[in-house]
Write a protein that binds this ligand. Sequence first.
Ligand code: NAP
Length: 246
Amino acid sequence: MAKTAIITGGSRGLGAAMTKKLAELGYNVVVNYRSDRSQAPTEEMVEQLKKEYGVEAIAVKADVSNYEDCQALVKAAVEKFGDKIDVLVNNAGITNNCNFIDITPEQYTRVINTNLLSLLHMSHLTLPYLVDHDSCIVNTSSVGGLVGVINQADYCAAKSGVIGLTRALALEFASRKVRVNAIAPGMIMTDMLRGVNQDELNALAATIPQGYIGDPSDIAGALEYIVTAPYLTGQTISPNGGFVMP
Ligand code: NAP
């Protein structure tokens, strides 16, 4: 029987690469996005996945920082694919890049709610459908969850919180056959980095021991490993070109 995966923030960047990987692995996918401008591209993506991989796929708009939206997202998944969910990828995220005097409470609250609170919402709502069969949650953290980054205090707080949540849920649900792991990407070329000019990108790349900025496929590869690794739980894997060696 086909397996089901939900991925938050699946419309672009790392989420789109991971969605494609899950479809390639044969999962029916529930692809979440938030903005109106991502609706048409996400709907096109699900049609393409259905054609290319022969899986079922739906696109669901929801702001995952909002509990009611998360309820609607999980309900849509269960209505379409039944009450057994195999993989939850908590990937949606945003950054601010602002010094901690000028930042507003609204800005940092939005980062915390999108990058951390949403994982509690989605895990809380999805776990009843994940327990007691081999399933997993994969959380997107960041190297910012492993080390400090200037002008990213809110992001670092959220992303290290993701690692704490990952460990605690891994412990709590190991006996219920749910594995919980995190991916902490280094610098990967997505819209998150597209605002940065070429000189700055070159300077960033020079700080990475392997000498280049990663590709979303590097993160999709880590996801493939995690979903197919039955003895792996509570861990954080960091594809980062050697930038951070925790
Ligand atoms: P991206 O290209 O900017 O894509 C962000 C995704 O998150 C989009 O699909 C967006 O949906 C979705 N999203 C944002 N807020 C949301 C909300 N409230 N509800 C639902 N969806 C929401 O970013 P990315 O680089 O792929 O990042 C993906 C994840 O990896 C994030 O958690 C990020 O922190 C983490 N990460 C990225 C890097 C990197 O270098 N790129 C490094 C470390 C960690 P819309 O399309 O509708 O806006």
